[in-house]
Design a protein around this ligand. Sequence first.
Ligand code: IMP
Length: 197
Amino acid sequence: MKKVVIASSNAGKLREIARILEPLGLDAQPQGHFGVPECPEPHVTFIENCIAKARHASAHTGLPALADDSGLCVDALNGAPGVYSARYAGDPRSDARNNHKLVEALRGEANRKAHYYCVMVYVRYPDDPQPLIGEGRWHGEIIDSPRGDGGFGYDPYFLVPEFGKTGAELDMDSKNRLSHRGQALRELAGKLQNLGI
Ligand code: IMP
């Protein structure tokens, strides 16, 4: 098995990524195992931050690296909170305060359309000129009152109209099948497989 360092310390994400990479002969190892320090994310686009994280993890370990970046983009807010999704309401980071700020920002707004976005980047080495990229978008609408107690982040306010359920009301398997992260990961895995990486 070829080792790949994963530029994330979220246990749920790591499990999801490891499960998809394993059949490709890739052994996903969290960057925490190698003492990789946190990477700055100074950019205004998901893709730039994601490439920075993958390069950083590869540079610190000498291994190929996979990074992900994701967030919520709301149409009526010109794509906000976007790359600032985790820290929309400032520090300390809080889902409750982020959700409150989102609902307030959309008060009286008729256009409730939003999507979660995720990008995943794989680099073979830090200065890889051809990073492999997978993307996913999960479309929904922002509602005013929370529903459900699963998921995390903005999920209780993110209604998926086809299912009449919020992200927090869907079971884990359904969410993984539909979500921006699942889509991005499958697209990236397909590219890794096609190139025989
Ligand atoms: P990160 O990519 O884990 O840093 O996620 C950035 C932020 O986007 C999270 O802290 C959440 O606020 C939001 N986010 C990303 N994906 C999801 C999701 O699947 N459900 C709810 N919130 C999400």
